[in-house]
Design a protein around this ligand. Structure first.
Ligand code: SF4
Length: 415
């Protein structure tokens, strides 16, 4: 089968190379399919790019990745699905191709996104193993509007290839090379689409070899694409030990949670070139141990000379000013390099937090955005403390940055 994979993600603050498509393309080519990736990120006229790719390759079917439905930020929100819908339509009508969609954005509401984009079928979750059946059935079955549930075993892993992605251009525009060590997350954060998803780890040696393949062509700066690196302390230590043994001279930035860590892991992170750790934190029903672990983590990382940032989501239903001030005092104590605070919670249909908010009229009154959209595909936000109030609570402390008004990521801000 000849498969044309399309990256429609044209967001550039910063641009993000389509590593998910590279993993999928590697899995497909490992099974003998002919695969190409058409990357529309820097295309001035995406129709021309698609026309040229289709004329050259003459694919049997197209796959389009939906990395995000929107930017998730309230102040500078950009909604991506309308342009992706145009791309899907163009592939179907101008080129007569059936279109399978996948990517993290589909998880926001698989049936809703499939319908919104009017694609032929969709894969929800990791597609490396499921893509083969999904493509074959979509090609033979037509506009079947079927949703395939992806499960990742790690067994179908093929070495990642870049399929012509212009990494020079990406890196020149502020991007950093990404890689991942696992899929899924076992935590239960009520506001997160990844919560309680099936966890599967990649063999450490494969990940190290993937990094080596980029080092061999001159790239030494990386960013880990896992939602949180330390899903398992044992795996994290095993991976870092193998990376240290490889002798690869790299710098990398990583997202982690304030759990599943110890001094050995922090030391290994330092030894393997980690220069920045961003801790993902929130204030929803946390016990004392959570905050104690936070302090231990920041002190431990700082003592090794690793920069630390915190991404903090707060302003949940029923939280008070006094509580928020208390969280800020705790976050301030070990003095991380920066604390980004977000009080606008993007709601999705299947999230537990959405259910909690919809049950209470007083909470519903705090919704903003496309509240008329029951699918929650169009952005809807819950906000307890608006930007002005948040500014008062922060009281000018330069440690804290209000997330949203300014675009960017921590690995771009903290060197
Ligand atoms: S730990 Fe991070 S990835 Fe996992 S559910 Fe919570 S916010 Fe999501």
């Amino acid at each position: 089968m000849k498969v044309l994979l399309i990256n429609p993600n044209r967001y550039k603050s910063p641009p993000v190379p389509p590593i998910g498509l590279e993993y999928i393309a590697s899995s497909l080519s490992g099974k003998g399919h002919t695969v190409e990736i058409t990357d529309l990120c820097f295309a001035e006229d995406w129709r021309q790019y698609i026309d040229r790719s289709v004329e050259d390759m003459k694919p049997d079917i197209a796959g389009v990745t939906v990395r995000n439905v929107d930017t998730v930020l309230y102040h500078t929100n950009e909604f991506f699905l309308d342009e992706i819908k145009e791309i899907v339509h163009y592939l179907q009508v101008k080129h007569g191709l059936r279109v399978l969609i996948g990517g993290a954005g589909v998880s926001a509401n698989p049936a809703g996104v499939l319908e919104y984009l009017n694609a032929d079928s969709a894969v929800q979750g990791p597609a490396e193993d499921t893509i083969h059946r999904a493509l074959a059935e979509t090609l033979n079955g037509g506009h079947i509007r079927k949703i395939y549930h992806g499960k990742y075993s790690g067994r179908a892993l093929c070495p990642r290839r870049t399929f012509g992605i212009d990494y020079g251009r990406y890196c020149g525009s502020g991007a950093v090379i990404g890689f991942e060590t696992h899929k899924g997350c076992s935590s239960s954060c009520v506001f997160c689409l990844e919560a309680n998803s099936r966890v599967a780890f990649k063999p450490v040696q494969n990940v190290v070899e993937e990094i080596r393949s980029f080092v061999d062509i001159g790239h030494t700066h990386f960013h880990l694409c896992d939602s949180e690196f330390n899903e398992s302390l044992d795996y994290s230590v095993e991976f870092c030990t193998a990376l240290k043994k490889s002798g690869l001279d790299i710098r990398w930035a990583v997202y982690m949670k304030p759990a599943e860590f110890n001094k050995t892991l922090l030391r290994l992170l330092k030894d393997t070139g980690v220069y920045l750790i961003t801790l993902s934190m929130d204030s929803w029903k946390k016990c004392d141990l959570y905050w104690t672990d936070y302090e231990k983590f920041i002190f431990g990382a700082k003592s090794l000379g690793i920069k630390t940032a915190v991404d903090f989501l707060t302003g949940f239903p029923y939280e008070t000013d006094i509580e928020i001030r208390g969280y800020f005092d705790t976050l301030r104590r070990p003095l991380p390099d920066s604390v980004g605070v977000n009080t606008y919670i993007r709601l999705y249909k299947k999230l537990q937090i959405t259910e909690i908010i919809l049950k209470d009229a007083a909470l519903r009154a705090r919704l903003s955005g496309r509240t008329d959209d029951a699918t929650f595909i169009q952005p809807v936000f819950f906000n307890r403390f608006d930007t002005q109030k948040l500014g008062e609570l922060i009281a000018g402390d330069p440690l804290f940055r209000i997330e949203g008004p300014e675009k960017g990521v921590n690995y771009g801000r903290i060197k």
